[in-house]
Write a protein that binds this ligand. Sequence first.
Ligand SMILES: Nc1ncnc2c1ncn2[C@@H]1O[C@H](COP(=O)(O)OP(=O)(O)OP(=O)(O)O)[C@@H](O)[C@H]1O
Ligand SMILES: [Mg+2]
Length: 366
Amino acid sequence: MAGLSFVNICKTYKNGQAVVKDFNLDIKDQEFLVLVGPSGCGKSTTLRMAAGLEEISSGELWIDGQLMNMTSPQSRDLSMVFQSYALYPHMTVYQNMAFSLKVHKIPKEETDRRVRRAAEILHISHLLERKPYELSGGQKQRVAIGSVIVRQPKAYLMDEPLSNLDASLRTQMRVELAKIHKKLGTTVIYVTHDQVEAMTLGTRIVVMDRGVIQQAAAPNDIYENPVNKFVAGFIGSPSMNFIIVQVVQENNRIYLEFGKNKLFINERSAKRLAEGSYMGKHVWLGIRPEDFHEKGPKEQELLLEIEMKEVLGAEILFHGHLGNTGVCVRLKPDIKAEAGESLSVYPDINRIKLFDMDSEQNILYI
Ligand SMILES: Nc1ncnc2c1ncn2[C@@H]1O[C@H](COP(=O)(O)OP(=O)(O)OP(=O)(O)O)[C@@H](O)[C@H]1O
Ligand SMILES: [Mg+2]
């Protein structure tokens, strides 16, 4: 097990495109680091550079205190599950899973024990004698995970390892990965598009956009205290609503105005806006769908024009407009309101976010 350090890592592909820019990150021993960001932002490239499968254009990669830039992938002692995983087509599932152990000269009995244990965890014990062409996509993906977790390398690198599984299997595997991590204490770098995986597996989440780290923090910090509008909008599902509002001061009280709506804010937000000289200016107001309530003080009432509702069992998502802005509001399932009607909703003013119009930085960042 080991820590990894990325120091000023940059990647420019041969076509001149810079896809990872000045990436700095210290990953501690035993950390479960989750890397998220939009498609094409450089997640796989970062992982492949760590694994040694992609040349590092500049910067330094340290594993366990040793500079690794020039070290071959085999000698880095990392284990990687690829986004598009490759199995050896002529080998059985068992042989595929045992392969890396054979390469590392692990005795047969030990190999057998580890392969069978991993197969059990991944629910593929009944498939051990099959060849890859006899497997479904999700089964192949589990074999790929299996051939990685049989090893005890310095770190696991996993690129969307659960993306081909159905919802229930995905949940089971997520729990299994969390258990494996807890038991073995392995350092993990894990790429995912799945919000729940990111929030539940990660001891820390790194949010990337266009090759640049936007924020690296514990899951709850990222959710509660996003550094900017991008991170706020990226983490959370459905996404945070953003509304352009004007900051207005009247008789020593500060409120946010948009269309016919006035939203009085708490003291802390008012103080931050005053300190930043935002009076009379426009800012982005951010409210998560789950931060609206069906009851609240009159001066925080907003009128939602409902266009569509999605009944999800434990909750209802109302899609509609507040003034001119499209929003999504998540309420309890007993709320009776239909498309075409308007509904009074009340944002939790202690949970709203405010972002600068130009820099998009979080004005309320702690
Ligand atoms: N071998 C390559 N040569 C040139 N450009 C590449 C190469 N591999 C990837 N890219 C480009 O680098 C950027 C980052 O790609 P990367 O695969 O790291 O993204 P990603 O964050 O993993 O995306 P996704 O979520 O879709 O998997 C993309 O714009 C991609 O087109
Ligand atoms: Mg990728």
